[in-house]
Design a protein around this ligand. Structure first.
Ligand code: MLT
Length: 266
């Protein structure tokens, strides 16, 4: 079911499907809820799946100059209130969605039952990375999204996916091209100023699953495995032959991992 929810003076789009314990799917950059299309039907057989478009992305409004991860987490808490979801949720975020996940834990831990972090980082940007985001933000504001897929696709997908599943590359390209440059610029600036959360990890007492594509060059397996080791009891799983976009590149493995984790007793 598709919802348009008004929070303050901003309209947000959220897709919900299924019944059961709530599972919030938070997309990466510069994307929208469609990145979860291949996994939603199977996940919705067991869960109330909630897949929003973050502020400014997809069909959501609310453009800002900088979109800090804290603001995006607060938006999600407001959306859960508007949907009248009171049961603790399983938060599942990919990459930028994962950066928001850390903030969700910090700011709204009462809403969380479990945490699933896909292809994401705990470290902040280096100075060079943060500066490059500023340049990219200006570039998309001046030139639009048309050059973004060519620059990003080889980083987001494994070579094997590009070769063997061209339809996945096509879908990802379409999603990127549909995004509003103002949202992309705001998120770049927000990600550039996000904190290093490594010191928070030992305090996370939620059951936590960390998933990583074996060929992910943006958040590589070794880095993800290292931060998983700092979260008490967290499980790390590597998905072979996938890059940064595991739910699109290997939806079956993603669904299996999420459902096994979510059905386990705490
Ligand atoms: C994402 O997939 O959300 C981005 O790769 C995150 C980032 O740019 O750090």
């Amino acid at each position: 079911m598709d919802h348009t929810l008004t929070i303050g003076d901003t309209r947000f789009f959220v897709r919900t499907e299924g019944e059961g314990s709530p599972l919030l799917l938070v997309h990466g950059f510069p994307l929208d809820h469609h990145m979860w299309d291949a996994v939603i039907p199977q996940l919705a057989a067991k869960h109330l799946v909630i897949a929003p478009d973050l502020r400014g992305f997809g069909k959501s409004e609310g453009h800002v100059e900088i979109a800090p991860m804290e603001l995006l987490a607060d938006d999600l808490a407001s959306l859960l209130n508007a949907l009248e979801v009171t049961a603790p949720i399983t938060f599942c975020g990919l990459s930028m969605g994962g950066y928001i996940g850390w903030q969700m834990w910090r700011r709204h831990s009462d809403r969380l039952a479990r945490l699933i972090q896909l292809d994401t980082r705990a470290a902040a940007d280096s100075e060079v990375q943060a500066r490059a985001r500023g340049v990219n933000a200006e570039h998309v504001l001046a030139n639009g999204m048309s050059e973004v897929p060519q620059a990003m696709l080889p980083k987001l997908l494994s070579e094997k996916t590009i070769e063997n599943q061209p339809q996945v590359a096509d879908s990802l390209r379409d999603i990127i091209l549909r995004q509003d440059p103002r949202a992309a610029a705001a998120a770049q600036r927000g990600m550039a100023q996000r904190p290093d959360v490594t010191n928070w990890l030992p305090e996370i007492s939620l059951p936590t699953l960390v998933l990583c594509g074996s060929d992910d060059g943006i958040s590589p397996p070794a880095e993800m495995q290292a931060f998983t080791g700092k979260i008490p009891g967290a499980q790390f799983l590597e998905i072979p032959n996938a890059g940064h976009m595991v739910p699109m590149e290997d939806p079956n493995a993603t669904v299996k991992a999420i459902l096994e984790f979510s059905s386990r007793a705490n």
